[in-house]
Design a protein around this ligand. Structure first.
Ligand code: URP
Ligand code: ZN
Ligand code: ZN
Length: 482
């Protein structure tokens, strides 16, 4: 059935204007003032509200097998929680085990994700290297719409990509016209610092940030950026958590490099005191990598976001319940790394961003939706309210409030890092593919309705980069042999 959203203010990343929005067959068919309702059209009242593009969370891990267990939110419960919080698209990660066939892993993730209630796509992690991986990257890029490859520079002896993997994969991504993404932490440094901290007798969660100080992230961020510069490939740094990494991005951008940065609401708002909490479960629930940082980094990240040197907000949604976290009761290095937030990102960013005067409503749309759509080539299908775009929308009430709590959230996890936070400005209604899937607290989305999104390669950007590269190729110097 067609939907007509009446009486609201449309907010895109570039402009706000009063307009109705007509949706039919899953797409936006008209945007304008006083659109006629016609027959058989469901009216959605948006008076007093903003109509914004549905959120895109470019970094989630639903039902990820990780550190000896499996993330507790699966593609059904996790995307459902996302819809409740106004997120209508996620980009999750296929993470093959070292030596596992990349295409086989991709198929496995495609099967797991069929239960999604929101649209989704995949980055694919490159965790090892040989000729077959090189070929598989082309198949993924050309046949399956994967235009982004992920590299974990941490997690030694597991999924870590060392420099050999990094360089080969970056080179291949450049040939294909794909973008590289990195988890920037020096995995060898983390490994050695973990042993040092354990040898000091520190086995609790307070050891986690000690073993992963900001320098660990700064070094890896700079290394990945420099390799990407030499390989001439665009790069995106996930979960930028500290001044060192944000500054590395800013420096490279000032130098004309195509570098993008992502930040999580948790890194913008929490500090590392959570790891020294007397309750082990509370402290362990915050164990994620990179860790929450000492005071000072948060404000620096806000400024980088405001300045346009960080571009997207994500959650790295990777939930583990207390019994799972307890795998590391005697050794912090065994606490499964990850926290949730797919349901809370939009609310927290509005409250602490827009209400605090740090972001305009248009900048909010940019950092919660449009920029991710542009960087990962989903735009203008996603990330904008425009005729022809997918009808993924939120009806946002800037006056309405919600108190975030594990008691009421839809995420399948027994903890919430934003517990007790009262936020003002929330979605009354979420619309996905032109269908109301969430209204006033009730989720009505049917299991399996989410669609896999193919993302085309970056042909235009790519050739521009190649031209730039060609100018830098040195010519052999002809010398007189005598
Ligand atoms: O701690 C985290 N971030 N867990 C999920 C895996 C990753 O590093 O993104
Ligand atoms: Zn990561
Ligand atoms: Zn992650």
């Amino acid at each position: 059935m067609a939907l007509l959203i009446q009486g609201g203010t449309v907010v895109n990343d570039d402009l706000s204007f009063v307009a109705d929005v007509l949706c039919d067959n899953g797409v936006i068919t008209a945007v304008g003032e006083n659109l006629p309702a016609g027959d058989n059209v469901e009216i959605v009242d948006a008076h007093g509200c903003l109509i914004m593009p549905g959120g895109i969370d470019p970094h989630t891990h639903m039902e990820l097998p990780f550190m000896g267990t499996v993330a507790s939110d699966d593609f059904y419960s996790g995307t459902r929680a996302g819809l409740a919080g106004g997120t209508t698209t996620i980009i999750d990660f296929v993470i093959p085990n070292p030596q596992q066939d990349i295409l086989e892993a991709y198929q496995l993730w495609r099967e797991k994700s069929e239960k999604s209630v929101a649209d989704y796509s995949f980055h694919v992690a490159i965790t090892w290297w040989d000729e077959s991986v090189r070929e598989a990257m082309a198949v993924l890029a050309q046949d399956h719409g994967v235009n982004s490859f992920k590299h974990f520079m941490a997690y030694k002896n597991a999924i870590m990509a060392d420099d050999e993997v990094l360089i080969n994969s970056f080179k291949r991504a450049q040939e294909l016209g794909a973008i590289c993404t990195v988890h920037a932490e020096n995995g060898e440094l983390v490994f050695q610092l973990q042993q040092d901290v354990l040898n000091m007798g520190i086995t609790g969660p307070e050891g986690h940030p000690l073993s992963r100080p900001p320098e660990v992230e700064g070094e890896a961020a700079n290394r990945a950026i420099e390799i990407a510069h030499l390989m001439n490939v665009p790069i995106y740094l996930v979960h930028t958590s500290c001044q060192q990494a944000a500054d590395a991005i800013a420096r490279a951008r000032a130098n004309g490099q195509r570098v993008y940065g992502e930040v999580l609401p948790g890194h913008l708002l929490l500090d590392d005191s959570v790891y020294r909490h007397p309750d082990w479960s509370f402290a362990a629930a915050h164990v994620m990598s990179p860790p929450f940082r000492p005071q000072g980094h948060q404000e620096h990240l806000w400024k980088a976001l405001q300045a346009g040197n960080l571009h997207t907000t994500a959650t790295d949604h990777c939930c583990f319940c207390d019994p799972q976290k307890r795998n590391g009761i005697d050794d912090f290095t065994k606490i499964p790394n990850g926290t949730g937030g797919v349901e809370d990102r939009m609310h927290v960013m509005w409250h602490h961003g827009v209400n605090q005067g740090r972001l305009t409503e248009n900048e909010f749309v940019a950092v919660t939706s449009t920029n991710a759509a542009k960087i990962f080539n989903l735009y203008p299908r996603k990330g904008v309210i425009r005729t022809g775009s997918d009808a993924d929308l939120v009806i946002w009430d800037p006056e309405a409030t919600r108190t975030i709590s594990k008691e009421t959230h839809h995420q399948n996890v027994d903890f919430n890092i934003f517990e007790g936070m009262q936020v003002q400005g929330i979605n009354k209604v979420t619309i996905s593919q032109g269908e109301v899937v969430f209204r006033d607290g009730e989720i009505t989305a049917e299991r399996g309705r989410g669609r896999y999104l193919k993302r085309p390669l970056f042909s235009a950007d790519h050739s521009a980069l190649k031209k730039y590269s060609a100018q830098r190729v040195p010519k052999p110097i002809k010398r007189d042999p005598s």
